[in-house]
Design a protein around this ligand. Structure first.
Ligand code: SF4
Ligand code: SF4
Length: 249
């Protein structure tokens, strides 16, 4: 009697286990699939946006990137994966500007830590999620990221040209005025029979040049004037102290 009872008990457990298994199988059967068929369904693959496949420079619609060749990413990369080659170019206003020449990235030694991306001051970098990066030779993993031809330096706008001309003219006028003042002071001393001062127009000359260099910027001019006044005051104090010392002797 006992064996019959055990038999039906075991049978019941087996059927319950079978139902449980079928339940799991049935549930998975109707659950949407998350696996991808590769390479058959290459065009419909879903790759997570956060997946880091390879480093790239961000280009805008006009083909410009934001890299200023500062070298921060190169210095912060723990593996020496990045090499920045830069060059100096002339700008329209006669200044020199550092520009990116070659941005070399070795995918083979990148650990995808993203330090380069987060430390870039101009947000010029990002990781692409294009995972198909397999190649047959390691040398092909070394890439030049600035692959588009560099644009020439922008031409100055008419306003910039006008401003530059005005600044140049102001400097010329200031220099002329300083020279005239120096000449007048020298002639005045000669007429009065006084020995010519050591350099009577030197301060005016410097002040005029400094003010001209401010380019009409009121803020800069105010700073320059304040500095000149301070220097004149210090000079006067020094001379007074010296005169006092001489008198005491
Ligand atoms: S990518 Fe960014 S951090 Fe690297 S050189 Fe260019 S501007 Fe500097
Ligand atoms: S992700 Fe890390 S290892 Fe790769 S280039 Fe950037 S800083 Fe270097």
């Amino acid at each position: 009697m006992g064996s019959v009872k055990d038999y039906f008990s075991s049978l019941g457990k087996g059927v319950a286990s079978l139902v449980k298994g079928l339940e799991v199988t049935g549930k998975e059967f109707v659950t949407p699939k998350i696996t991808e068929r590769y390479p058959e369904d290459r065009d419909n693959m879903h790759i997570a946006q956060r997946f880091r496949a390879t480093l790239e420079l961000i280009y805008d619609a006009e083909g410009n990137h934001r890299c200023i060749a500062c070298g921060t990413c190169e210095r912060n990369c723990p593996n020496g994966t990045i090499t920045i080659e830069s060059k100096m170019v002339d700008t329209w206003d006669g200044k020199k500007k550092k520009k990116l020449d070659r941005y070399v990235y070795d995918l083979g030694s990148c650990t995808f830590c993203q330090l380069c991306v987060v430390t870039c001051p101009t947000n010029a970098l990002q990781f692409s999620n294009d995972f198909e990066q397999a190649v047959f030779t390691r040398s092909k993993l070394v890439k030049k990221l600035n692959y588009l031809p560099e644009k020439p330096e922008p031409k100055p706008t008419p306003e910039q040209i006008a401003k530059m001309e005005a600044e140049k003219q102001a400097k010329i006028e200031a220099a002329k005025a300083a020279a005239a003042a120096k000449k007048a002071a020298t002639q005045g001393d000669a007429a009065a029979g006084r020995p010519a001062a050591k350099d009577p127009a030197a301060t005016d000359d410097k002040a005029a040049k400094a003010l001209a260099a401010a380019g009409g910027d009121p803020e800069k001019e105010a700073k320059i004037k304040a500095a000149l006044e301070k220097a004149a005051k210090l000079k006067a104090e020094r001379e007074a102290a010296k005169a006092g010392g001489d008198a005491a002797k």
